[in-house]
Structures are given as structure tokens and as C-alpha cells.
Ligand binder design. Structure first.
Ligand SMILES: Cc1ncc(COP(=O)(O)O)c(C=O)c1O
Length: 455
């Protein structure tokens, strides 16, 4: 019988996270304090994050133990299965083997709880009572809502307005897990009110929602903020995906030529790929590819610069590829990919040449996603379809070159709460947007006065 999936037993779950900071051939630039222009210290971050997570953020330890209470929760859905996409392979009729790591099996339906659970846990043991956050697609907000309930914490979520409207069921998931969810920009914060005063119809953006969530945490006692992507400790927590995938592939004696993930802030992509990037750093021949929307082309077009993670400039200046902290991407359906910046670790590894990036237009990604659903059954999240579009590309290249190829990608989440997006696609109501020269000029203006970041 042919093999369709590789599963690991509970006891085979990785017991440590992998920290790629230990293996970087060249160290990263530090985040800077916008006021002093000096590297930020732990005390600068302490009002926003608990100290135990700040320690992880700056750690260069290669392996970090996963606490037992975190493992117990992760075991509810992990280890996640590694699948072979036989049916999609047949459709493509190319000399490729396609594997995907199914992160859609978690309760909220994506990779996001891999970091929500440890973040809630570390906040709990630190003494935090209440966590605020932003969410784009709603996946992160629902993951954190669930994780906060697991550790008895209050949770407040600022959801980008366009997604809030497109996805009422995400809000209801958050409410079911006991969290409060608001359509951002709101009138609850100064940052939100400032945006509404200028643009009453603002569709919102992750940059705005982050400002609101940070402000909300700063305004309340025993409150902290949690970020679902971008930061080093988030990449660390997500490494469990790639570590499991390596064990699973080892079991069947295979290894990928190409590793693919979609990248919004970079966390699911990093989670799958960093253990393979480590192999590449030590000489292995493996191509690592990040994919993003053409209208929010952070890695493919955004300059590498110091920039804020949010619109209201409440975060430190991060060294990253960016489209400018005031960029509000067009309301495409892949809400989780509508972020102006990119994880500093992913940005750095792109600069060092270990990661390639490619941008896809919305319609082509839905086409790939629908073909996927019609062959493999699972309906992917609109973000995930950006990875699938690249899988198709890589397969077609292999066919043109007459070369066999093994492709591994991260199936970052299911799209069962994104069916309105599929409706729009299936009824011809979605369009492609371009990132214009004017957008690029605006991006350059947004970072013009920031300290320069040398690659
Ligand atoms: C299903 C899914 N995939 C991908 C992403 C992109 O985020 P990241 O780049 O941090 O993985 C999101 C973000 O919300 C998501 O919900």
C-alpha cells in the first residue's frame, strides 16, 4: 500500500526548540531604541513582554527545553502529520514528490498555537493576568484566546477591521474561548482614534492593530502584549514544525530539495524551514523559498532597513525588510500576509543568501488552492495558497528541466473559516492589486529618517 502520511507517536514530540541564532554565520543587527538610537535592553522591553520571553528573544542557546506544561498542551494536536500529496502530484504530472506538514490540525486550525501556548504559559508563570494582541486573519487571535483560557488569563484581541468583517466566525471562536475581540481601528485607544480621525473608513492593518494592542497592554496593570509572528522567540517556538518534519522524513529515508512556506511576519515559514536552513548553513544543498502576496511584497521589494513594527511607532526599530510602518495593504483575502515588515531573522537569512523569496498575485494563489482542494480534499487558508502556488511553480520547473525533485511545504492552516474568500473567488469577485511605484516611494519616505541598517 502506498504511504500517504507519516505520523509520530506522542513520545516522539521534540522536547526542545531549535534556536537558529546559535548557527548564524554573521550576527544580526540589534533592535534600536527610537529615542536614543541605541540597542534596546531587556528593561526597555519589560513593560510590554514578560522577562522570561525577553530572555528567549535574545538567547543564543542552540536548544531550549520546552516546559512540560507546554508539551502537555501541544500534545492535543501535535506531532502534526506529514502528508504526501499523491493526488496533487498526479494533477501536476511532473517528476516531483510533494510533502506537506499539516498545521491545520490544531484546534484553531493553524500553526499559531505553537507559540500562543508557550507565550501564555510564560506570561502565567511571570504573573501576567491579562494579554492583549492584534490579529490579521483571525488565526492568531483565536490561537491566543484558546491558549489564554488554558492558563487562565484574560485575553483582548484587536482584529484588523477588514478581516473582522470578512470573518465573523473567527471572532465567535475567540468569544467561545472567552476572549474579547474588537474591530481595529477602535476608539478604545489613542492610536485607533488617531487613525479614525484621519480615515474614518480605514480597513485597518496589522500595523495599526499592533499599536492598539501594545497601547492597551501599557494602559493596564499586570497586562502584557503578545505578538504572533516576527520576533525571535516566536520563530523559536515554531521550530517544532521543522524538527518534527525532519524526524518524519528521516523515518522514510527522504530529504527535500526545496522547502517552501508563505510568509506574513515569517513564523510558519521559519518554523518549518529553519532546521533545514541550519543544514544549508553547514553545507547541505537545499533550496529554501518564502512566498508572499504581490501587493505586499516585503521580501521581494521592500528595502532592508530599520523600521517600526507598528503604525504608532510604539515598538523598537527592527532591522528588517519593510514596506514602511504606515503601509496599509489592499484588502486581499490572505489577511495574515498583509504585514509591512518581516521577521528580522528571516530578513537576515535572505540577506545572507540562505533564503529566496517570490511574490504571487491573489487570483493565481486561489487557483492553486482550489486545485488543491479538488485533489487533496483539504481546503487551505488563503495564506497557505501562496505556498501552494510556489509548489506548482517548482513542479513545472522540474518538468521543464526533466529533473526529479522533492518538495516540502508548510500547510500553515485550513480555510474553513475563510469560505467567504472562496466565494469571492468562485464568483469572479476578486481582483489582483499591484504594489505601485507610488507605494514604493511612500515606503522609502517612511524609513528615510531611521538609522541605516547595513546588510
Ligand atoms: C494560516 C496562516 N498562514 C500564514 C500566516 C502568516 O503568518 P506567519 O508569516 O507569521 O506564519 C497566517 C497569519 O495569520 C495564517 O493565519
Amino acid at each position: 500500500m502506498r504511504r500517504t502520511k507519516v505520523v509520530l507517536e506522542d513520545y516522539e514530540i521534540p522536547k526542545q526548540w531549535y534556536n537558529i541564532q546559535a548557527d548564524l554565520p554573521k550576527p544580526m543587527l540589534p533592535p534600536l531604541h527610537p529615542g536614543t538610537g541605541m540597542p534596546v535592553g531587556p528593561e526597555d522591553l519589560a513593560p510590554i513582554f514578560p522577562m522570561n520571553l525577553i530572555e528567549q528573544e535574545v538567547s543564543t542557546e542552540r536548544w531550549i527545553d520546552i516546559p512540560e506544561p507546554v508539551l502537555e498542551k501541544l500534545l492535543l494536536w501535535r506531532p502534526s502529520p506529514l502528508y504526501r500529496a499523491h493526488n496533487f502530484e498526479k494533477l501536476l504530472d511532473a517528476p516531483v514528490k510533494i510533502y506537506f506538514k499539516n498545521e491545520g490540525v490544531s484546534p484553531p486550525g493553524s500553526h499559531k498555537p505553537n507559540t500562543a501556548v508557550p507565550q501564555a504559559y510564560y506570561n502565567k508563570i511571570f504573573g501576567t493576568k491579562r494579554i492583549s494582541t492584534e490579529t490579521g486573519a483571525g488565526q492568531w487571535g483565536s490561537a491566543l484566546s484558546m491558549a489564554c483560557k488554558m492558563f487562565d488569563l484574560e485575553c483582548r484581541v484587536f482584529m484588523v477591521k477588514v478581516s473582522y468583517q470578512q470573518k465573523p466566525y473567527r471572532r465567535l471562536m475567540m468569544n467561545t474561548w472567552g476572549a474579547q475581540c474588537f474591530a481595529s481601528p477602535t476608539d478604545l485607544t489613542e492610536s485607533g482614534r488617531a487613525v479614525l480621525a484621519e480615515h474614518p473608513d480605514s480597513p485597518g492593518s496589522l500595523g495599526i492593530a499592533i499599536s492598539e494592542a501594545v497601547e492597551d497592554a501599557l494602559m493596564h496593570e499586570n497586562s502584557r502584549y503578545a505578538l504572533g509572528s516576527v520576533l525571535n522567540h516566536v520563530m523559536l517556538h515554531q521550530s517544532i514544525i521543522g524538527l518534527e518534519a525532519q524526524k518524519q522524513l528521516e523515518k522514510i529515508g527522504d530529504y527535500p530539495d526545496v522547502v517552501i512556506g508563505c510568509a506574513g511576519g515569517g513564523s510558519n515559514f521559519a518554523g518549518l524551514s529553519f532546521p533545514f536552513v541550519r543544514d544549508a548553513i553547514y553545507g547541505k544543498n537545499v533550496k529554501i523559498l518564502a512566498t508572499e502576496p504581490a501587493l505586499c511584497p516585503t521580501l521581494t521589494r521592500g528595502p532592508f532597513a530599520y523600521d517600526f513594527g507598528d503604525l504608532a511607532k510604539k515598538t523598537p526599530l527592527l532591522p528588517m525588510h519593510t514596506l514602511g510602518h504606515d503601509f496599509v495593504p489592499a484588502p486581499v483575502h490572505a489577511g495574515g500576509l498583509r504585514y509591512h515588515g518581516m521577521a528580522p531573522l528571516v530578513s537576515h537569512l535572505v540577506n545572507l543568501g540562505f533564503i529566496e523569496a517570490r511574490a504571487y498575485e491573489q487570483i493565481s494563489t486561489f487557483e492553486a488552492g482550489v486545485n488543491w482542494a479538488r485533489t487533496e480534499g483539504f481546503i487551505p487558508a488563503p495564506e497557505t495558497t501562496h505556498a501552494i502556488a510556489a509548489v506548482v511553480d517548482e513542479a513545472m520547473r522540474a518538468k521543464a528541466e526533466g529533473k526529479e525533485k522533492t518538495i516540502l511545504f508548510n500547510w500553515s492552516g485550513h480555510g474553513l473559516v475563510d469560505l467567504a474568500a472562496y466565494d469571492a473567488y468562485l464568483t469572479g469577485k476578486i481582483q489582483d492589486y499591484q504594489f505601485s511605484d507610488a507605494d514604493m516611494e511612500k515606503a522609502l519616505r517612511a524609513i528615510a529618517t531611521h538609522p541605516k541598517a547595513e546588510k
